[in-house]
Design a protein around this ligand. Structure first.
Ligand SMILES: Nc1ncnc2c1ncn2[C@@H]1O[C@H](COP(=O)(O)OP(=O)(O)OP(=O)(O)O)[C@@H](O)[C@H]1O
Ligand SMILES: Cc1ncc(COP(=O)(O)O)c(N)n1
Length: 266
């Protein structure tokens, strides 16, 4: 059994954040752990409030898990503020954490800001150089690079620019494209297209969180980067196809569909 850690915010409705990450780790047969950076009061309709956790408690959560349990991969999601980013960067460096997946969460699907504007540059300078892979969606890639992204060529250019900022691998996600949902992986040498049709679903809450967690679980289990991303893309596509129409807004995906199906439970 491999052990995977998520460092992220809590989503009370269970569709995104820590809850999505832990479900994804379980669905991949890994042992999941969590360091909570912020608590959000959130549901399928939006984010009502956020309370950031203090840097001291974040540091202690990190110490508690790293001092005790071997960690094979780490996923970083919502980091909110500058102090949180500094704490995470220092601790991950100190513990020489392997297989770090950075999901540069900035704004929720419902439009709520989950990363303070003054923390954006900090995320780029402190977390990207630690990343085995960084997984921006199109708006996040636009903020990180300062360029407009519309075409596949734009996505490739953005991936190269983000790679130059220190991330070993870059996955530009295509979930915000109009025509399809093709993602592009860049490993510093080659581009790999992960094509997908656009599934006409409203229930895509937490897709980015779950994809990055699936990549972390796959890396923790020993996959090479392309395989880790390809398997995660297959996982997320099925989970979106079988998404759950819960709540009055953007519902969650079905993390366990593939597992239940294999076990003959559905
Ligand atoms: N409608 C869709 N059909 C097929 N795949 C999708 C769809 N929406 C998202 N995806 C896929 O889900 C993954 C997450 O992409 P997306 O761009 O939605 O991330 P995100 O905006 O960071 O997600 P979130 O902020 O909801 O966590 C990508 O692999 C993307 O291609
Ligand atoms: C705690 C937390 N982390 C991340 C997201 C992004 O997910 P989405 O874009 O689907 O709202 C979120 N809504 N909440």
């Amino acid at each position: 059994m491999k052990n995977v850690l998520t460092i992220a915010g809590s989503d009370s409705s269970g569709g995104a954040g820590i809850q999505a990450d832990l479900k994804t780790f379980s669905a991949h047969g890994t042992y999941g752990m969590s360091v909570i950076t912020a608590v959000t009061a959130q549901n399928t309709q939006g984010v009502l409030a956020v309370q950031d956790i203090s840097a001291a408690i974040i540091a202690q959560q990190l110490e508690a898990v790293f001092e005790d349990i071997e960690i094979h991969a780490v996923k970083i999601g919502m980091v909110s503020v500058v102090e949180t980013i500094d704490t995470i960067a220092a601790k991950l460096k100190g513990y020489q954490a392997p297989n770090i997946v950075v999901d540069p969460v900035m704004v929720s699907k419902s439009g709520f800001r989950l990363l303070q504007p003054e923390a954006q540059a900090h995320l780029i300078s402190k977390l990207l150089p630690l990343a085995t892979i960084v997984t921006p969606n199109l708006p996040e890639a636009e903020v990180i690079t300062g360029q407009k992204i519309e075409t596949f060529e734009d996505m490739q250019q953005a991936a190269q620019n983000i790679h130059a900022m220190g991330a070993k691998n870059v996955l530009i996600k295509g979930g915000h494209r109009q025509t399809d949902a093709t993602d592009i992986l860049y490993d510093g040498e080659d581009f790999y297209y992960l094509p997908s049709v656009r599934i006409p679903s409203n229930n895509t809450h937490g897709t980015g969180c779950s994809l990055s967690s699936a990549i972390a679980a796959n890396l923790g289990q020993g996959c090479e980067i392309f395989d880790a991303v390809r398997k995660a893309k297959d996982f997320i596509t099925v989970a979106i196809e079988q998404a759950l129409p819960l709540g009055k807004g953007v519902g969650p995906i079905h993390h366990f569909y593939a597992l239940y199906k294999k076990a003959g439970l559905i």
